[in-house]
Ligand binder design. Sequence first.
Ligand code: PLP
Length: 385
Amino acid sequence: MIPYGKQDISPADIEAVVEVLKSDYLTQGAQVPRFEETVADYCDAEFAVAVNSATSALHIACLALGLGEGDILWTSPNTFVASANCARFCGATVDFVDIDSRTYNMCVVALEEKLHAAKKTHTLPDIVMPVHFAGQSCNMKRIHELSVEYGFKIIEDAAHAIGGKYLGSPIGGGKYSDITVFSFHPVKMVTTGEGGVATTNQSDLAEKMQLLRSHGVTRQPHLMTQPLEGDWFYQQVDLGFNYRMTEMQAALGISQMQRLDAFVQQRTCFAKRYDELLSDLPLVRPYQDPDTASSFHLYPILIQTQQIGQSRTDVFNALRAHEIGVNVHYIPVHTQPYYQALGFAQGDFPVAEAYYQQTISIPVFHAMSDAEQAQVVKVLQAVLA
Ligand SMILES: *Cc1c(COP(=O)(O)O)cnc(C)c1O
């Protein structure tokens, strides 16, 4: 089976992890700060806070921005459930903004309309969370303009998108948002096994997230209510979690980050080749907004199901039967039973639902061979013929 995505671990990556295992610190040593510096430098952000998953990063990002009960977060329905769940962890209400039918990202026209309506009913969001689907940035300039007009904070869910660019700058630089979150799960661009990072340019947000990832406990005198009683002294000044990343994970991340540009370059080559080789088939290739350079975490194709008289599921099953490990991204979050129980229904976000009925993510990953890509194309041609 050729998977839709897969990590690429080098001998240097393995060596980096082994070195940590031989060292004195498996957690809370020098590797996590080094990894944070590596990510911050790469993205051109002031601060990076590393945690044990992007889900944890989204949670503490919401808390750092003050999200709580009675508050509202809006995100895209075309995402992994974690983008919405993080607001529920904080006791906040979730709502969605339908996607753009070309980019599959949050539609800024739909966002503006929904904000306009919400203002009248006093249900404006406290946080809007655009998701850079497949690694292509949302229209952040417009979302930022709307945030100024309507007074909401912005968290970018960039779980797919480290290595991607928007208007020539790396995603994560924070020019148009408060916090950006990356995932280091093995199917994502670079991996730490499990892991996540939140970047920001605001020192108070970075400080708050650092506190929350480790029990709300600090050893920094300026955060304490009284002078240090001795070298052992710490204070719990907030209610936090154990969301820490280990030193092994951070060392793997530092090593992987050295190859991020090569990963993106290779994925971009594969995407360009798919663009050419699939151009005659009854499918829509992923549109690329000229303001963006995608990381190509995913290469989603839209099957022209009516034209070929086969459903997406038919095509999906045929590809799997031919050992092509395709997947589907995403089941619209509002159609999940948990969210239906909160009042959402089929039909609420029709663009995301229609997209879901036709989409298939075909294999793209750094270690894929040219022969494997040729095989994917050959099988697709046969299945769609
Ligand atoms: C993978 C993913 C997450 C969660 O990342 P984890 O590191 O697995 O917690 C969140 N949002 C999106 C869009 C994702 O794809």
